[in-house]
Structure formats: structure tokens, C-alpha cells
Design a protein around this ligand. Structure first.
Ligand SMILES: *Cc1c(COP(=O)(O)O)cnc(C)c1O
Length: 302
């Protein structure tokens, strides 16, 4: 199947959250349900793969190779995309083989992905010539996609998320950020202000990174955008009882499942900011991008 045709965007619902905590403030919050985009290739990972698969096919590559942790939404989506569109896939997983397969990696393997472990040090040097040469010797030629789908093709795909809301006149669009690729891509196309919630610890690091990515990829960032780094909750994939309770309550009220790594932190952070009253102007209309990634919930005992 031709990836370009296969990656035709279906209708994605925008769901409004009528929430007692928000009503008092007059703020209106809607959610763009990218988690419903596809049963497996969900959320922003679908957008990040679109132009990578297209380019790999155009270049006649048969193998896609990428990197990720044991709960990587990116490797999970890539394995399924490879299965559907006829690519061999190889996932380089951070960690040691003795750590066993997570449910995420089991899915990836079942979809045909060849898994290979890289110890923490090797993984850190994964983009180095030495490591890549060794991989080519073992696996032959491949089309390489960085961890998290963080390349120019990935960002170009994410720019198309904007088309799902740009007729709707929001005051602000919020999203959860890991590598910042989705934010950079959207900021290259959005007319609405963007607010990214950084899920990794490190003051200010992501804002600098997004600026650098825009430059490196020659994608002018055309809208106003900012990064909030107050709601990482202790670091990447760290959760707290408060966050878990928030996620449960949110799903109960709105029927929208969240997960604690990305969307949970973003939605909880946004609610905190709205409750501060003076943070957003009265009667703001805010759209939250649900980035998918719900398969990762299986890694948490909630
Ligand atoms: C990967 C992912 C993100 C982060 O996207 P970046 O482009 O790396 O910033 C956010 N939310 C979910 C659910 C993800 O899977």
C-alpha cells in the first residue's frame, strides 16, 4: 500500500469538557482526540511517521530502523506501520535483554519488529558513526528514524495537525512535549498561539531546543509559542498519586482516557493554570491536543 494514500487523515473529533472546576473561570476547554485516529498508530506518532514512510518508499528502502525505550509509543506505532505498509522494521531498545519484554515490545515484536537491545552507554551514542556502521553490518541498508520520530519529516507531518483546528478560532492550543518535534512542526503552521507542557525535568531546556530544531530543519516558527516546565511531576515517566487521581477523575467525568507520561501531565497542568484565574484572559477558548500514547498506560499500575 502506498503510505501517502494510506495516511489520509480521517475525521478527528473535537470534544468539549464541561468541567465544574473550569466553569467558574469562564474558560472553555476542548480536546482534539488524536488518540482516536487509529487503533494502534495513534496520536502525534501517526503524523511523525507519515513523511518518513513516504520518503523511505520513494527512496526504495525496505527496512526502517529506529530507537526507543521499553515503553516507546514511537516504536510501537512504527512496528505496526511497518507491518501494514510492507516495511521490515528494527527497533533498537534502550536497556538490557535481561529486562524482558514489556507489553509494548511484545506488540512490536508481534507486528514483526526485530528488537535489539543497546545498553545505556551504547544507546547514548546511537547516532554516532561507529554504532550505525555496526548496525548496517548486521542488518544491511535501512532508513533511519531518530528516537521519538524527531526529524524534519516528523515535524512536517505534525504541522498538519494544525489543519484540524485552524478554522475553529481558539485563543490557545496546548500540547505535551517530549522531544519538541510536535511543537516545532505545529509552530511552523499554526496561526493560534501554542503552549507546550514539558514532561521532562530541566528548566528552560525545551524552549531552547524547539528554537534550535526550527533552525536546523529550516522550519520558520510562525506563531507565538511558549513552553511551561512546571508540571513534569519529577521527571520523565514519573507519576504521583495526585496525577493518578486527576487522570481517573478526568476519565470518569469526560470519558477521555489519559496516560501519566504525556497527556495526564499536560491536562493537569492546564487545569492548574486555568484555576489561577489571572493566567488566561477571561472566557478564553483553549484546545488541548490529545497526543495518544494510551498503550503506555499498561506500564503503570493504575
Ligand atoms: C511522543 C509523544 C509526545 C511528545 O511528542 P514530541 O514531539 O516528542 O514532543 C506527546 N504525547 C504523546 C502521547 C506521545 O506519545
Amino acid at each position: 500500500m502506498d503510505p501517502v494514500t494510506a495516511f489520509t487523515l480521517p475525521d478527528i473529533p473535537i470534544q468539549s469538557c464541561v468541567d465544574p472546576e473550569l466553569e467558574k473561570t469562564g474558560t472553555r476547554v476542548d480536546v482534539l482526540r488524536l488518540d482516536l485516529l487509529d487503533p494502534v498508530i495513534s496520536g502525534n506518532k501517526w503524523f511523525k511517521l507519515k513523511y518518513n514512510l513516504t520518503r523511505a518508499r520513494t527512496e526504495g528502502r525496505q527496512t526502517l530502523l529506529s530507537f526507543g525505550g521499553a515503553w516507546s509509543n514511537h516504536l510501537h506505532a512504527l512496528a505496526e506501520a511497518g507491518r501494514r505498509f510492507g516495511f521490515r522494521t528494527i527497533g533498537i531498545v534502550r536497556g538490557e535483554p535481561g529486562e524482558g519484554l514489556t507489553a509494548c515490545l511484545e506488540d512490536a515484536q508481534a507486528a514483526g519488529m526485530i528488537l535489539e537491545w543497546a545498553g545505556r552507554d551504547a544507546y547514548r551514542n546511537r547516532d554516532g558513526a561507529e554504532f550505525l556502521t555496526a548496525l548496517r553490518q548486521r542488518h544491511g541498508d535501512f532508513y533511519q528514524i531518530p528516537e521519538g520520530g524527531a526529524n524534519r519529516e516528523g515535524a512536517m507531518g505534525c504541522a498538519e495537525i494544525v489543519s484540524l483546528y485552524d478554522q475553529a478560532h481558539y485563543d490557545l492550543v496546548c500540547l505535551a512535549c517530549g522531544t519538541g518535534t510536535t511543537l516545532a512542526g505545529m509552530a511552523s503552521a499554526s496561526q493560534t498561539d501554542l503552549l507546550g507542557f514539558q514532561v521532562l525535568k530541566g528548566t528552560g531546556y525545551l524552549a531552547g531546543r524547539v528554537t534550535a530544531l526550527g533552525r536546523t530543519w529550516d522550519l520558520p516558527l510562525v506563531c507565538r509559542w511558549a513552553v511551561n516546565d512546571d508540571f513534569h511531576g519529577g521527571g520523565y515517566a514519573k507519576t504521583t498519586p495526585v496525577l493518578e487521581r486527576f487522570i481517573q477523575q478526568f476519565e470518569h467525568r469526560h470519558g477521555i482516557p489519559l496516560e501519566p507520561v504525556y497527556s495526564g501531565k499536560m491536562v493537569m497542568g492546564l487545569f492548574e493554570l486555568v484555576k489561577k484565574r489571572d493566567f488566561f484572559p477571561q472566557n478564553s477558548r483553549i484546545l488541548l491536543i490529545h497526543g495518544g500514547g494510551l498503550q503506555g498506560r499498561r506500564g503503570f499500575k493504575t
